[in-house]
Ligand binder design. Structure first.
Ligand code: PRX
Length: 651
């Protein structure tokens, strides 16, 4: 949770620069007009956006069919995402864009590729034909487990071209996590690479796929492998094939499938409050309308912009604002393969100068890391091309916001702090840089057509400056359409708290001007460096270790990553609390889920503090975890029973 106090006392206001506001895609007048329409008639507002920003093969019969909690947008209309991201930019009066850079890609070792719209179109068509030749049909699921290389975007677009539903598993997830997601999605094919580069090392991906498919009880028929690092990989005969070999003979002709607006576009797994991640389902027409409109308006995209969103395609930000949003707008999008600080702490700033990046979108964790590394690194590079900055993924503390504004934006770039989620598909609350004043730490106001508010448990709106729960009252086009294979969980998780109102799971308050200040998750989901990890997920990973009897996981505030994972573990009789067991458990969690879920701290206890009814006293554990750093050897057994008894009345 963000520091409520500092957010409540923040008073600074920044007005849009005159020059910027004058040239903005959405100026004050337009914003006011859209807000009015969006408030009165959100369906009509979004229908207007759908007409303006998306190309359709045939029109809808009804803009919104809302039978809570099931929403259908643009019912009966036909479109295709890859058509919107590619073909429409190279046909007719837009034909000149054929040679415009669609993707500027930079590999971590320093190799780079510039792919034009014409080339991207060709490669996507070829890959779509490769998918077809291996039996992938409309509605089949394809899992992508990729490094940040252009082929990741090509594979996504190729799936959308033929109506296959992709499910990207972040390359940092373990083979265990990959296996579960492949099984849950029922994927027919996996697209992967031999590996990728990170921190100067080649890491393996194909080997994880082999591990995930071991034992043979899985739906996967083919594994397509992109050669990135050249490391040695095993290719299983009849199952595994090289991407570059398949592409050689593939035809560049592949007409886009005319898909229903509600056709499943992708599934993306995200953590919830149980041990099992949720497969968030997004569909075609509404999602495309939402991400295209918000990209154009919030990032103020112009024809000559060089836009860089630093997210990995394995997360929702990578889907919506690295690939689909910018390409649908016909923009130039930058993709970078590696970590921000390799080979030096100024790699990102070097890239901004090298490619003349004009719009830069990243996460508060990265900003805080750079603050700590020192101003001399950005100051060594020419960042004068920048004109707009964005942030996403977690609450940004005013201090980090000010540093971003001063040191990176040189006080001239507006900052858009964008609140949204995997489930919302696109940005929901954000400044519009041409006409909304900003305040450090506030995501400002809902996007037109988004009916966000702050409610109490009973569904009553709270007063200004009073804490409450973020809520959305009207469906929006990029809204999740369900949890893959689990209707009940969809209804209960998002629509169970209030009547016909979406519950995102975040705490928030509004100030007297109606500005939103997001305080962070209020459920058992942690936000680690802007990535969601469920406490239960880490707990189930820990208890799957044979020497763990019981485990409880909580988050504690961390200066850089926002939250750090702390695990309290009761070992079985024979296991010894100690540093080597701590190390083994951290490794175990990394193997079960991935490095992002690795606990920062593991503390051993003879028993977990519980209430009389057997509930783990999480608040107490959170207090203990975020209290003074324990001195001395924390690897020995702690006895919380006494404190538990003392605090029992609290829970
Ligand atoms: O708690 C909110 C936080 O990130 C959560 C969504 O995580 P995920 O689905 O992984 O998507 C992250 C990228 C969109 C939210 O419930 N969050 C996201 N953006 C912000 C934020 N918290 C505060 N301010 C933001 N701008």
């Amino acid at each position: 949770m963000a520091d409520m106090q500092s957010l409540l006392t923040e008073k600074r206001v920044f007005k849009p620069e005159k020059e910027f506001a004058k040239a903005a895609n959405w100026n004050k007048k337009k914003i006011a007009e859209y807000r009015k329409l969006g408030e009165k008639n959100p369906t009509r507002f979004w229908a207007q956006m759908a007409k303006e920003h998306v190309s359709w093969f045939s029109p809808w019969k009804k803009a919104l069919d809302w039978k809570p909690p099931v929403a259908k947008w643009f019912v009966g209309a036909k479109t295709n995402v890859s058509y919107n991201c590619l073909d429409r930019h190279i046909e007719g009066e837009n034909a000149w864009r054929r040679n415009k850079a669609a993707i500027i890609w930079e590999g971590e070792p320093g190799d780079s590729r510039v792919i034009t719209y014409g080339q991207l179109h060709r490669e996507v068509c070829q890959f779509a034909n490769v998918l077809k030749s291996h039996g992938v049909k409309k509605s089949d699921r394809v899992v992508l487990y990729m490094p940040m290389v252009p082929e990741a975007a090509i594979a996504m677009l190729a799936c959308t071209r033929i109506g296959a539903t992709h499910s990207i598993v972040f390359g940092g997830f373990s083979s265990e996590a990959l296996r579960d997601r492949i099984a849950d999605a029922g994927a027919k094919m996996v697209v992967t690479a031999d590996g990728g580069y990170r921190k100067g090392q080649a890491f393996g991906l194909k080997a994880h796929v082999d591990e995930a498919l071991k034992g043979g009880r899985h739906p996967v028929e083919r594994v397509l492998v992109v050669k990135r690092t050249g490391q040695k990989v095993k290719m299983k005969k009849g199952r595994d094939i090289w991407y570059h070999e398949e592409m050689l003979g593939a035809s560049t002709h592949c007409p886009p499938a005319k898909l229903d607006a509600e056709h499943p576009l992708f599934i993306l797994y995200t953590s919830g409050t149980t041990g099992k991640p949720k497969g968030i389902l997004h569909t075609t027409g509404g999602y495309l309308t939402h991400v295209t409109t918000t990209t154009r308006a919030i990032f103020d995209l112009k024809e000559d912009d060089v836009y860089w969103c630093t997210a990995d395609v394995g997360w929702i930000t990578g889907h919506s604002y690295v690939v689909y949003g910018p390409l649908s707008c016909g923009a130039t999008t930058v993709m970078y393969e590696g970590v921000p600080v390799h080979p030096g702490p100024d790699r990102w700033w070097e890239l901004i100068a090298k490619w003349g990046v004009t719009i830069f979108y990243t996460a508060p964790t990265a900003i805080r890391t750079f603050i700590r590394l020192g101003d001399e690194h950005p100051e060594r590079h020419d960042l004068s091309s920048l004109r707009l900055l964005g942030t996403v993924g977690e609450p940004i503390n005013p201090e980090a916001w000010m540093w971003y504004h001063n040191v990176i934006g040189k006080k001239k770039c507006p900052i858009v702090d964008t609140w949204w989620q995997t489930e919302t598909g696109g940005i929901m609350i954000s400044a519009l840089p041409g006409g909304v004043n900003t305040k450090p730490g506030s995501a400002t106001l809902p996007f037109p057509g988004i009916h966000a508010t702050v409610l109490d448990e009973d569904g009553q709106e709270v007063k200004p400056r009073e804490g409450g729960l973020l809520a959305v009252r009207h469906p929006w086009p990029g809204m999740l359409r369900g949890i893959w294979g689990d209707k009940k969980r969809y209804r209960e998780t998002y629509w169970g708290k209030w009547k016909n109102t979406y519950f995102p799971g975040d705490g928030a308050h509004r100030d007297r001007q109606g500005y939103f200040w997001i305080m962070g998750r209020i459920d058992d989901v942690m936000n680690i460096s802007g990535h969601r990890i469920g406490t239960m997920e880490v707990e189930s990973a820990l208890v799957s270790h044979p020497d763990v009897a019981e485990a409880a996981v909580v988050g504690r505030p961390d200066e850089i990553t926002g939250t750090a994972i702390v695990a309290f573990v009761t070992p079985t009789g024979k296991a010894k609390a100690g540093a080597s067991f701590q190390g083994a458990l951290k490794k175990h969690v990394t193997n079960e889920i991935g490095a992002i879920a690795r606990p920062a701290d593991i503390r051993f206890t003879t028993a977990l503090p519980k209430t009389r009814s057997g509930k783990i006293m999480r608040r107490l554990l959170r207090n203990i975890a975020s209290g003074e750093e324990p001195t001395g050897d924390t690897s020995t057994l702690e006895d919380f029973n006494v404190i538990a008894t003392l605090k029992e009345g609290d829970e």
